[in-house]
Design a protein around this ligand. Structure first.
Ligand code: R5P
Length: 283
């Protein structure tokens, strides 16, 4: 078994290879003069290949499809640590595509198993034409929070969709968990409805699967401070941080902001590698 990866998933891929005790094979990336992407796997592969690539943007998506094709002579397991396009998981309006289905089908060609991490909606698994396994980093987020030594933190999901995730995290430390009700006003603006719990004087850790524009968390943070929270921290699995999201959140008063390495960031504070490596051993 060997591991290959796309350009933006190199660190996580090497961590996975290290956990498995196998080699990560270099892939060289370049572009044709017209901008089309090119890649070449630079070393020999074994019978089995683990292909690691987060779909962080369109180029990463194309690279991942090219890489799967480059590995056509081997049995492939695909690891998609962050699966972009997953939020358009249904037709919300007439004339729209189901983008998650498009991405899943395209990425299934030439692989026998697919591993995702905290995919936006678990139902997306059915769109893969391969055995699909979704992993949760809730316990890893919980371990990270434990390491921070907060006194009796409240683990808070910004919406009901993340409530189970928050409860799983809270279970790691025996902490209290709750969620806010969110109404989206536009792509970047949300309104939080009044909540019933008391955050006065407490340290609050907002947890979510994805932080994208930061609109969700910025609104929540302001509201929590208005209600007397002592400090607001944030942790997510996938740190998309579109535009100025990181600065926006710190400016809104988020004391610390971390994510995993499903998208490799300077604030990646915990890794998905162990959990992915263990799942690969079972595939
Ligand atoms: C939504 O359902 C997700 O769980 C996240 O809450 C959302 O993607 C965050 O988006 P943003 O950071 O743009 O508010």
């Amino acid at each position: 078994m060997k591991v290959v990866c796309t350009e933006k998933s190199q660190i996580l891929a090497v961590r996975i290879a290290d956990h498995l005790g196998v080699q990560a094979v270099e892939t060289r990336f370049s572009q044709f003069p017209d901008g089309e992407l090119y890649l070449q796997v630079a070393g020999p592969l074994d019978d089995e290949t683990v292909i690691v690539g987060s779909v962080t943007d369109n180029d990463a998506f194309i690279q991942l499809m090219l890489l799967i094709d480059a590995c056509e002579a081997t049995t492939n397991t695909l690891v998609i640590p962050y699966m972009g396009y997953a939020r358009q998981d249904k037709k919300f309006r007439d004339g729209e595509p189901v983008s998650a289905r498009v991405a899943a089908r395209a990425l299934s060609r030439g692989v026998s198993d697919v591993i995702t991490v905290n995919i936006h909606e678990k139902e997306i698994a059915r769109y893969f034409d391969a055995a699909a396994h979704d992993l949760s980093l809730a316990a890893d987020v919980g371990e990270y929070i434990k390491g921070r030594g907060f006194a009796d933190p409240l683990i808070l999901a910004p919406d009901s969709g993340a409530a189970d995730f928050a409860m799983e995290i809270a279970a790691e430390g025996g902490w209290q968990a709750d969620y806010l009700k969110k109404t989206r006003l536009s792509g970047e603006e949300v309104r939080m409805e009044p909540k019933t719990f008391d955050v006065k004087g407490r340290e609050v850790v907002i947890v979510d699967d994805i932080i994208s524009t930061g609109g969700t968390l910025a609104t929540a943070t302001k509201m929590l401070y208005d209600q007397g929270a002592y400090a607001v921290h944030a942790a997510c699995v996938h740190g998309v941080f579109t535009g100025g999201a990181y600065v926006r959140l710190r400016a809104a008063g988020v004391k610390s902001l971390v994510c995993s390495d499903t998208i490799e960031r300077a604030c990646s504070a915990f890794t998905a590698a162990n959990r992915i490596a263990e799942a690969l051993k079972k595939c």
